[in-house]
Design a protein around this ligand. Structure first.
Ligand code: PLP
Length: 250
């Protein structure tokens, strides 16, 4: 792992590590104050170069989040195999196969929004006898058309998906928890409860009760992770506050 393209300047290295540590300290102190469980910080590296990831990896960071299947496959091939990749992007049909096959060290898929995609992920991973993957079921709490996720107004398919993951038929998936993005408006109401996060918390209670589980909650990004932790998030996905603004996708 000494290729030149995986290296960044000493200045960039210091900047990334300092940003990461600042966010981590905030996450840890909020977690200590508001919940009894540790909160995971996933560094969202989409559209950022592998050198940036390597700089944080060298400082001990292992959980990284990516949004685009081909970008993730490429990065996972050139970066260390013990990175725990989280796929957090929109997953078009058919892409589940590419992910399960192309990313050996895929740790989690946080954007499952259909039973069919879940089955594709498990079937492909089983066929290759790959490592298990943790899955999060994405909920469209804000009910915006442009957002993916299971609908809150009809939980039938969500329950079918959970039944499948918990069944013997499903070999390579572990149910991690529930995930939401939340609306822009809700993430910019300072100091107040974020209603999208509240909806996810309520759903967790219902599902935990029904299946006797204790699901994780993946909610909170740069603009709203503090509020998310106050409301019970156990995994936050932070990009901009660590890596800086992203270039446009080309
Ligand atoms: C890009 C992205 C993030 C990180 O967003 P920032 O605002 O840069 O922290 C988190 N979650 C999802 C699903 C994303 O697509």
């Amino acid at each position: 792992m000494s290729s030149a393209f995986l290296q960044v300047s000493a200045k960039r290295q210091r900047e990334l590590v300092a940003n990461y540590n600042t966010v981590l300290e905030q996450v840890q102190s909020l977690a200590k104050k508001h919940s009894n469980v540790p909160v995971r910080l996933v560094a969202v590296s989409k559209l950022k170069p592998s050198g940036d990831i390597m700089a944080l990896y060298n400082a001990g960071v292992r959980h990284f989040g990516e949004n685009y299947v081909q970008e993730l496959i490429g990065k996972s091939k050139e970066l260390p195999k013990d990175i725990k990749w989280h796929f957090i992007g929109g997953m078009q049909s058919g892409k589940a196969k590419d992910l399960a096959k192309g990313v050996e060290s895929l740790f989690a898929v946080e954007t499952i929004d259909a039973l069919k995609k879940c089955k594709q992920l498990d079937n492909t991973r089983s066929r290759l006898d790959g490592a298990p993957i943790e899955v999060y079921l994405q909920i469209n709490t804000s009910e915006e058309d442009q957002k993916s996720g299971y609908s809150l107004s009809n939980l039938t398919e969500l329950y079918e998906t959970i039944d499948y993951i918990l069944s013997d038929e499903c070999k390579k998936l572990k149910l991690g928890g529930l995930m939401t993005i939340g609306s822009f408006a809700e993430s910019h109401t300072d100091g107040e409860e974020n209603e999208d996060f509240s909806k996810l918390v309520n759903l967790k209670k219902i599902v935990d009760e029904k299946y006797k589980l204790n699901l994780q909650l993946s909610m909170g990004m740069s603009s709203d992770f503090e509020q998310a932790i106050k409301q019970g998030s156990t995994s936050v996905r932070v990009g901009t506050s660590i890596f800086g603004a992203r270039p446009p996708r080309i």
